[in-house]
Design a protein around this ligand. Structure first.
Ligand code: GLA
Length: 620
């Protein structure tokens, strides 16, 4: 699947139907040669253009800058002559930031190493190429990793940067992937939206200049998606070419396409450099997240199938993966905060009679939370609403033959909570400023291990207290005021990424301690629906907009990249709570059936006519 030709100095990665070629030019520059339909032996090194005057690097020192500014660099660096988007930028001990990364070696091995602390594609039948680039002057080594699986059409990339010098340096940018192409006239496809309008498909021509889709919200976001594709003009579901990049990460990202002065295309994807700065002491290593690349010569449909099968077979984990998820009923749109044990049991009884398999108790079961302005952080049961606690309720629900699950929002704290009273410094805040609230809540400083441990212990205690078989892990605001008292000034730029690492750590601990738990991620609906989250939870709540018609575009955009089994979708009430639209019960059912399928309405109030349409059966 992966080969290296000593003579031509060309690396070739083959997937089921594609080839990806890189070459070493002038013995030192790693260039991108080709990505597209599978090739047999063919020397395409001319695509590096190193033989074309006047851009011959070694012979024409006087034109090195022009060379660097046009060479299709596999992992571009800036400051020495390439003025296009770069993938790496460091500030060295002299305060300088220019770089020149040169080929220093490679290895090809069976399998794929796990990325420390990060989600990643896994599994058997895989080969990896690791290319070593070095900048002796800056004291930096970069390891580019490319994996291909026998049963997949994707190329999986990641990057590690290591300080091989003797001084501390600062990593100010490290993107995970770059694609260089010769062709012009691409259309860019991105997914964009807003709260309750996530992942709408957007296409536009790329003229000379740049197209950017990005998030600096501390989550992959409702607004943009960590994905970018270049499409040949007029590309459809079944024909045309697609070059897609998808980021296995849930925090800030930058995806950018540049059409250059020479009508070439450079596409990059990685952690957003804005407010990012990672201190690398001598010998330290930074691991950047993974990017998935997919090429299709048969339109968007083939791209979707390649991503779906990769995610189904090599990203999603856990015991629930192969099972049809239980048809659930969630009490959020049925009761909001206004519930008590008897009401929930009434919903469960009606649901059990209709063949629904699990009751999910949403927000409001803890602290003194009667609305959304208190108690986040105090993960103890409100016994006034739920006498006997979660245990009594779960047991009653279980007696009806149903499973039981709960909602949690571990990453947040309400200023009106015992936790905040005790540890106000546990919330992110900038020195001397009052942090901005959203939904009356603040974000916990998860860069502090004691906060992570406190949260994890509270959650674990709750889950041990009753037979809880499902958790909806919510996150209801973007990150702002990101400052921590636990880190020195020169490490404040690490916090957003450290936050993500902590979320991943907590979810990893959770699914390890509770291997049979069904975890569903959520972020005010679909604000953190990304491949990173899929590594921890096989399904993600798709949107707070449960209107069947609005959901068509939201789910169409989501299904472009994700298998249907991952898309949280429920039948809800009419008029719809988000948009006020009335739709037939059957329309709502059919839309929800193209996702995980469940209900989110007061089933005790459903009319005879609607109730007789038994959707739990039609699913089976
Ligand atoms: C978010 C979720 C909803 C619900 C509420 C509870 O908005 O997306 O489904 O859980 O929080 O507060």
């Amino acid at each position: 699947m992966i080969s290296y030709n000593e003579e031509t100095k060309i690396f070739k990665l083959d997937t089921q139907t594609t080839s990806y070629l890189m070459g070493i030019a002038d013995g030192k520059y790693l260039g991108h040669i080709y990505y597209g339909r599978k090739l047999t032996a063919q020397d395409l090194s001319y695509l590096l253009r190193t033989q074309e005057k006047p851009f011959v690097p070694s012979k024409l020192l006087r034109e090195k800058l022009s060379f660097l500014d046009s060479f299709p660099m596999e992992f571009p660096f800036g400051g020495t002559g390439d003025f296009r988007e770069s993938c790496i930028e460091i500030r060295d001990s002299n305060g300088q930031s220019g770089m020149e990364l040169l080929y220093a070696g490679h290895r090809i091995y069976e399998g794929k190493e796990k990325l420390r602390g990060l989600p990643g594609v896994w599994g058997e039948g895989c080969q990896t190429l690791e290319i070593r680039l070095e900048d002796a002057c800056a004291g930096v080594r970069v390891l580019l990793s490319y994996s291909v699986f026998a049963d997949s059409d994707a190329v999986i990339r990641s990057v590690k940067a290591e300080n091989i010098g003797t001084h501390t340096i600062y990593l100010e940018r490290i993107l995970s992937a770059c694609l260089e192409m010769d062709d012009e006239d691409f259309e860019m496809l991105s997914l964009s939206g807003a709260w309750a309008r996530e992942r709408h498909i957007q296409r536009q021509p790329l003229l000379t200049g740049s197209f950017v889709t990005e998030s600096v919200r501390g989550e992959s976001s409702h607004q943009d998606h960590p994905f970018l594709a270049a499409l040949s003009k007029g590309c459809t579901q079944t024909c045309g070419e697609v070059y897609a990049m998808h980021f296995v990460y849930s925090g800030n990202f930058l995806a950018k396409a540049q059409r250059t002065q020479f009508d070439t295309l450079r596409m990059v994807l990685g952690i957003h450099p804005e407010r990012f700065c990672w201190k690398l002491e001598a010998g330290a290593v930074f691991q950047a997240p993974e990017a998935v690349l997919v090429y299709s010569d048969a339109g968007l449909g083939k791209m979707s199938r390649s991503l779906h099968s990769l995610y189904r077979n090599h990203l999603i984990r856990g015991n629930e993966k192969e099972k049809v998820p239980p048809v659930l009923i969630n009490n959020w749109e049925a009761t909001y905060f206004d519930f008590h044990t008897e009401k929930l049991i009434a919903i469960a009884k009606e649901s059990a009679a209709l063949g629904i398999e699990m009751l999910v108790l949403d927000d409001g079961w803890f602290g003194h939370r009667e609305n959304d302005d208190s108690s986040l952080g105090d993960w103890t049961v409100n016994e006034q609403k739920l006498p006997g606690g979660l245990k009594y309720l779960a047991d009653e629900v279980n007696k009806l033959g149903m499973k039981f699950g709960i909602w949690l929002e571990p990453e947040m704290v309400s200023p009106d909570s015992k936790l905040y009273e005790k540890h106000p410094d546990w919330a992110f805040h900038l020195k001397g400023r009052t942090p901005s609230r959203a939904r009356d809540q603040l974000v916990l400083d998860l860069s502090r291990q004691e906060v992570v441990d406190y949260l994890y212990d509270s959650i674990s205690k709750v889950l041990h207290s009753a037979n809880i078989e499902y958790v909806k892990w919510d996150m209801n605001r973007a990150l702002s005021d990101i400052g921590s008292t636990a880190f020195p000034p020169d490490q404040q730029g690490e916090l957003s990424h450290r936050y993500m690492l902590a979320v991943y750590e907590m979810q990893e601990r959770l699914i390890t301690e509770f291997p049979d738990l069904l975890l569903e991620n959520c972020s005010s609906g679909g604000g953190r629906f990304d491949p990173g989250m899929l590594y921890y939870s096989p399904q993600i709540w798709c949107s707070d907009d449960t209107d069947a018609i609005e959901r068509l575009s939201i789910q169409e955009g989501t299904q472009l990249l994700y298998p249907m089994s991952t898309i949280g979708a429920h039948v809800s009430d009419c008029p719809n709570h988000a948009v006020g639209r009335n739709t037939p019960f059957q329309t709502r059912g059919i839309t929800a059936l193209s996702g995980t399928f469940g209900y989110e309405l007061d089933i005790t109030k459903i009319s005879e006519e609607n109730g007789s349409y038994n959707l739990s059966k039609s699913k089976a």
